[in-house]
Design a protein around this ligand. Structure first.
Ligand code: CTP
Length: 428
C-alpha cells in the first residue's frame, strides 16, 4: 500500500517572527510512518515543524502552515490508498499577516483570527475507496468527541486519546488510545509506546483492505532488509529466524511498571529477562526442591511473547482482563505458528503450562512473575499503584498465589506490602 501520513503541528504566522501553534511533537505521526515503512508499505510523510529526524526510507514533505499541509496532502492523495491525519493542524490563523515585524511601540496588533481549512473535511469528497484515519486529542468526553469527529469527517477510524494524562498525548513516547470505528465496539488499548500504537493502526488498515505487508514471507514480519539481495536461510532455519525477528517487537510492548530507578516504563522483553535471571538465582527458594529450573527459564521467556499482539494488560485492569484470555489465545496461535511445527508445539505447551499454574515449575515461574513487579512498585515509591488507585488488599489478593510456588518469596512479598503501606506507597 501507499500510505500518506501527516504529523506535527502547523504554524500560523502573524508577522515574520511570531506565530500561533500547539504542543504537538510529531512523535505519534512519525511512529505511524515508521510502522508503515517497517511493514513494507510506501510512505509519504507530510510533516509540520518538528525536532525529529526524517525516517530513512520515507518520503518526507516538510510544511509549515495548515494551508501548506492541505496543499501537500491534496497533491499526494490520488497516488495513496490510505490517509492517516496525525497532525495537530492549527484551527485558526491570524486574519492579516504583517510583512514586517509588528512593533510594540505602535498600537496593539489586531489579533483577529480566521479558521483554517479542515483538511479531512476538504478532502472528504475525494475519499473514494481510500481508508481515512484521524486522531482526536481530547481533554474531556474523549470517546464522545472522537465519535462525533469520526462521523462528521467521514472517517474509517479515529484514534482517541486523553491528553490530560501525563503518560499519554503530547511529547511523550507512550500513549493510551481508544480505536473507534463505525462498525465495531471501541477498542481501548493499554499504555504502550507510540511505536506500538502505530503498528496497531497499520495492522488494522491491512486487515481492513485485506492487504498483507508487501515484503517478507510471513505476515507481520518486519522487513527492513537493505536493498538488493540479502542472505536467505533455508526452510526450517528461515522460520526460526523469522520468529526471532518477530519477537524483537516484544521490546516495544511497555508494561505499567517503571524501571526501579523510575526513569521510564519497563518493556516486556526486559521483564522476561529479569524473571529468567531470578529463576536461576532463586531456585533454592522454590517450594519443590527438585524444580526443573531449565523449564522455569523457558517458561518465563515464552510467557509474555503473546503480548506482541495482545498487548500488556495491567493486572488490576478488570475491564481489560475480561477479553484477555481470548486475545492471547489468538496471539499465541499466530506467533507460535511462525515456528517449525515441533517448536510451535513446544512453545505453545510451555505457554499453556505457565498460564495453567499447575506444575511446580509453572507455580514457581508465576511466583517470580508476581514478585518482580512488586519490587518495581516498591522501589519506585508506589507511583503506579497510586495512579491506578490500588490498595493493599488488592495487591495481597492478586499476589497470594506466590506462596504456591515459593513460601519464602511470599513471606518477603507480604513484608514488602506491609512496609509499602507503612511508608505511604500503598493505600491500606
Ligand atoms: N484535522 C484536519 N484539519 C484541521 C484540523 C484537524 O484535517 N484543520 C484533523 C486532524 O489531523 C485529526 C482530526 O482532524 O486527525 C481531528 O482533529 P482535532 O483537532 O481533534 O479536531 P477538530 O476538528 O479541530 O475539532 P475541535 O477543535 O473541536 O476539537
Amino acid at each position: 500500500m501507499r500510505i500518506l501520513v501527516t504529523a506535527g503541528p502547523t504554524r500560523e504566522f502573524m508577522d515574520p517572527v511570531r506565530f500561533i501553534s500547539n504542543r504537538s511533537s510529531g512523535k505519534m505521526g512519525y511512529a505511524v510512518a515508521i510502522a508503515a515503512r517497517n511493514r513494507g508499505h510506501e510512505v509519504v510523510l507530510v510533516s509540520g515543524p518538528v525536532a525529529l529526524a526524517a525516517p530513512v526510507g520515507v518520503t518526507v514533505i516538510p510544511v509549515v502552515s495548515a494551508a501548506e499541509m492541505l496543499a501537500a496532502v491534496s497533491g499526494n492523495l490520488d497516488s495513496c490508498d490510505v490517509l492517516v491525519m496525525a497532525a495537530a493542524v492549527a484551527d485558526w490563523r491570524p486574519a492579516a499577516v504583517s510583512g514586517q515585524k509588528l512593533k510594540k511601540l505602535k498600537r496593539e496588533p489586531d489579533m483577529r483570527l480566521e479558521p483554517t481549512a479542515d483538511i479531512l473535511q476538504t478532502l472528504k469528497p475525494r475519499k473514494g475507496d481510500r481508508v481515512f484515519i484521524g486522531f482526536a486529542a481530547e481533554t474531556e468526553q474523549v470517546e464522545a468527541e472522537a465519535r462525533r469527529k469520526l462521523v462528521s469527517k467521514g472517517l474509517d477510524m479515529i484514534i482517541a486519546n486523553d491528553v490530560s494524562q501525563a503518560d499519554a498525548g503530547f511529547d511523550v513516547d507512550t500513549n493510551r488510545v481508544v480505536l473507534i470505528t463505525s462498525e465495531a465496539l471501541p477498542l481501548s488499548l493499554p499504555l504502550m509506546s507510540k511505536q506500538e500504537v502505530g503498528t496497531r493502526v497499520i495492522q488494522w488498515v491491512e486487515e481492513r483492505v485485506k492487504a498483507s505487508p508487501r515484503k517478507g514471507g510471513i505476515a507481520g514480519l518486519r522487513d527492513m532488509a537493505p536493498a538488493g539481495s540479502v542472505p536467505r536461510a533455508p526452510g526450517r532455519l528461515a522460520q526460526q529466524l523469522g520468529f526471532i525477528r518477530e519477537i524483537d517487537r516484544l521490546k516495544l510492548v511497555l508494561r505499567r511498571t517503571l524501571l526501579m530507578d523510575g526513569t521510564r516504563y519497563e518493556n516486556d522483553a526486559e521483564h522476561s529477562w529479569h524473571l529468567a535471571v531470578m529463576a536461576i538465582l532463586l531456585r533454592e527458594h522454590a517450594n519443590t526442591p527438585d524444580v526443573d529450573v531449565g523449564r522455569v527459564v523457558k517458561m518465563v521467556l515464552v510467557h509474555d511473547i503473546v503480548e506482541i499482539d495482545a498487548g500488556d494488560t495491567y493486572c488490576y485492569d478488570d475491564a481489560g482482563n475480561r477479553g484477555k484470555v481470548a486475545r492471547e489465545q489468538v496471539a499465541a496461535a499466530r506467533l507460535f505458528g511462525l515456528l517449525p511445527e515441533d517448536q510451535r508445539q513446544e512453545f505453545q505447551a510451555l505457554w499453556e503450562e505457565f498460564e495453567s499454574r499447575v506444575t511446580p515449575e509453572a507455580k514457581f515461574a508465576a511466583a517470580l512473575d508476581r514478585v518482580q513487579p512488586l519490587m518495581h512498585n516498591y522501589y519506585t515509591g508506589g507511583v503506579v499503584w497510586k495512579q491506578h488507585g490500588v490498595n493493599s488488599a488488592k495487591v495481597q489478593d492478586r499476589n497470594r498465589h506466590v506462596g504456591e510456588g515459593s513460601l519464602a518469596l511470599w513471606e518477603f512479598a507480604e513484608e514488602l506490602i506491609r512496609d509499602a503501606v507503612a511508608r505511604g506507597y500503598l493505600e491500606a
